[in-house]
Design a protein around this ligand. Structure first.
Ligand code: HEC
Ligand code: HEC
Length: 166
């Protein structure tokens, strides 16, 4: 009985503290990606940054990362009727377009069986691949490449390991 009463008391104290904390947070400017504008006002809209279109393929941060798109994709249709991306990246078109072919995983069905054509699971390219914009990151990111982790923890530089030893 005593423990139950204590539990209830603790719950009341926690709820009270949360209520006070939330009121304080609402009263302040909570900031966030919209900047210091109060919640009941519209923030000034910055201009839309330019889409990167330099055709330089970007490195991947980890092996399973869908590569980012180094060219503009404005007005490229991906719908039931057409897929503009596949007109260059599809297997039949890469000799003409010189675009990298969608990799073999894009032909695999749910059971990893390789199909003759792109799997329905990979049809909507922009679900995974995104173009880049010339913009400052909205939030700080301290992601570290696995190579730099291996280097700090073992002293071995994986980049050197693939180079030919003299
Ligand atoms: C007119 C041909 C063309 C079309 C259409 C096209 N691409 Fe590309 N894409 C290329 C070429 C060529 C490259 C190689 C780099 C470059 O020249 O931009 C490339 C590069 C890429 C890469 C980088 C691959 C890597 O390994 O880094 C991705 C991802 C990509 N395209 C996705 C798309 C998606 C998604 C669409 C549709 C929204 C699309 N592309 C439409 C020609 C095209
Ligand atoms: C479900 C997520 C997903 C979808 C949808 C998807 N991709 Fe990918 N794509 C990936 C991943 C992950 C990789 C890198 C690993 C791999 O090859 O599977 C990749 C790799 C690629 C590459 C580089 C291939 C290489 O060998 O360097 C190209 C080009 C590409 N995708 C184009 C496309 C196009 C065009 C579409 C639409 C028809 C598409 N992708 C749809 C996830 C996706």
């Amino acid at each position: 009985m005593k423990t139950r009463a204590l539990g209830t008391l603790a719950a009341v104290i926690v709820a009270g503290a949360m209520a006070i904390w939330m009121t304080a947070a609402l009263a302040q400017n909570i900031g966030g990606t919209r900047g210091p504008t109060p919640l009941d006002q519209n923030a000034a809209q910055p201009p839309i940054p330019a889409e990167v279109n330099d055709d330089v393929r970007r490195g991947r941060a980890y092996p399973e990362q869908p590569p980012v798109i180094p060219h503009t994709i404005q007005n490229y249709e991906i719908s039931l009727n057409a897929n503009k991306c596949l007109t260059c990246h599809g297997r039949q078109f890469t000799q003409q377009s010189q675009a990298p072919m969608i990799s073999v995983t894009h032909f695999m069905g749910r059971d990893d069986q390789v199909l003759a054509t792109v799997s329905a699971r990979r049809f909507f390219c922009t679900q995974c691949h995104v173009p880049q914009h010339d913009a400052k990151p909205l939030v700080e990111n301290n992601f570290r490449d696995i190579d730099s982790l291996i280097l700090t923890q073992t002293g071995v530089d994986p980049k050197q390991a693939v180079r030919r030893k003299p």
